[in-house]
Design a protein around this ligand. Structure first.
Ligand code: GDP
Length: 195
C-alpha cells in the first residue's frame, strides 16, 4: 500500500468540505506534541508530509492524505493545548463530533499516546467520544526509544486498564518509535489490511 504515492489532499474545516467517502480511511488523534506528524512521516516515508498539518492555519483542520488510490489517512488536529480562543475550540469540537459520528468510511481511529506520559485526561475524553461514536480505536504508544523497558511495562499496564473501560477499544496496543522505526512496518501492514 505505502509503495504508492502519498499526497496531501486537503484540509477540511466543515463537513461539506469532506472528500467523497469512497474508500476506507483511518484517522490519527493525539495531544499536541505526541509525535503525530513524525509518525505519519515515518509511515509514509515522506519526511515533511505531515508538517503540512502543523503549519499555522492548518492546525484546526482535518487533514486528508491519499495513499495511492485506495486509502485516506486522516490527521486530526492535536488537542490538549488551550491556546486557541473558545469559539475556535467549540467550532472544532462540533466538526470533530460530526466527523466521528457521521463518516461511513472511517474504519479505525488511532489514538497516539506518549509512552513517557501514558493516558491523560484529554486522551480519556477523546476515547470516550470515539466510544460514543462507535468508532473502533486503537492506541499507538509513541517515542518508545525514550523509555526504559521497565517504564514501558508500566505505561502498557496503565493503558490496558484504561482501555478495558471502552468497548470500542481494540485491545492490541502498538508500540512505536518514529525515530528508530520500531513498530512502523507493523502499523503499515495493519493499515493495509483494514478494508
Ligand atoms: P505532533 O505535534 O504530535 O505532530 O508532534 P511532532 O511529530 O512534531 O513531534 C513532537 C516532538 O517529539 C518533536 O521534537 C519530535 O522530534 C519528537 N518525536 C516525535 N517522535 C519521536 C520518537 O519516536 N522518538 C523521539 N525520541 N522523539 C520523537
Amino acid at each position: 500500500l505505502f509503495a504508492g504515492p502519498v499526497e496531501f489532499l486537503k484540509g477540511v474545516v466543515a463537513m461539506e468540505g469532506l472528500p467523497p467517502d469512497d474508500r476506507p480511511e483511518v484517522c490519527f488523534a493525539g495531544r499536541s506534541n505526541v509525535g503525530k506528524s513524525s509518525l505519519i512521516n515515518a509511515l509514509t516515508g515522506r519526511k515533511a508530509l505531515a508538517r503540512t498539518s502543523n503549519t499555522p492555519g492548518r492546525t484546526q483542520e482535518i487533514n486528508f492524505f491519499t495513499v495511492g488510490e485506495s486509502r485516506y489517512l486522516v490527521d486530526l488536529p492535536g488537542y490538549g493545548f488551550a491556546e486557541a480562543p473558545l469559539p475556535v475550540v467549540e467550532k472544532w469540537q462540533r466538526l470533530l463530533r460530526a466527523y466521528l459520528a457521521g463518516r461511513a468510511s472511517l474504519r479505525r481511529a488511532f489514538v497516539l499516546v506518549d509512552m513517557r506520559h501514558g493516558i491523560k485526561k484529554v486522551d480519556e475524553e477523546i476515547m470516550g467520544l470515539l466510544n460514543k461514536s462507535a468508532v473502533t480505536f486503537q492506541v499507538i504508544l509513541t517515542k518508545a526509544d525514550k523509555v526504559s523497558t521497565a517504564d514501558q511495562e508500566k505505561t502498557l499496564a496503565q493503558v490496558r486498564t484504561a482501555l478495558a473501560k471502552h468497548p470500542a477499544a481494540y485491545p492490541e496496543i502498538l508500540v512505536t518509535s518514529s525515530e528508530k522505526g520500531d513498530g512502523i512496518a507493523t502499523l503499515r501492514a495493519l493499515i493495509a489490511s483494514i478494508a
